[in-house]
Design a protein around this ligand. Structure first.
Ligand SMILES: [Zn+2]
Length: 86
């Protein structure tokens, strides 16, 4: 694949995996940014009711369903669905 952004004189040979890598980098940046924003919010455990904050990488890694996230609760020490608080 050849990119002619700088005219025909300068031909940049760009393989297809470079575009895939750029897409993956943008996707990772969006995920990390969203995780860092959501890490400021508190989550409320549905089992023991304690509110806690968690690390941004745990928010990215945890599954979510209708605003709830499957997180490790430091209050009761088990993984459960936690509602997003403030
Ligand atoms: Zn709990």
């Amino acid at each position: 694949m050849t990119v002619n952004w700088f005219g025909n004189r300068v031909a940049l040979p760009m393989p297809a995996w470079a575009f895939a890598l750029a897409g993956a980098a943008v996707f990772a940046a969006v995920c990390v940014t969203a995780g860092m924003i959501l890490a400021r919010k508190e989550y409320v455990c549905r089992i023991c009711g304690c509110a806690f904050r968690t690390r941004w990488y745990r928010i990215i890694a945890s599954p979510q369903h209708r605003g709830d996230r499957f997180l490790y609760c430091p209050g009761c020490g088990c993984k459960s669905w936690c509602a997003r608080g403030r």
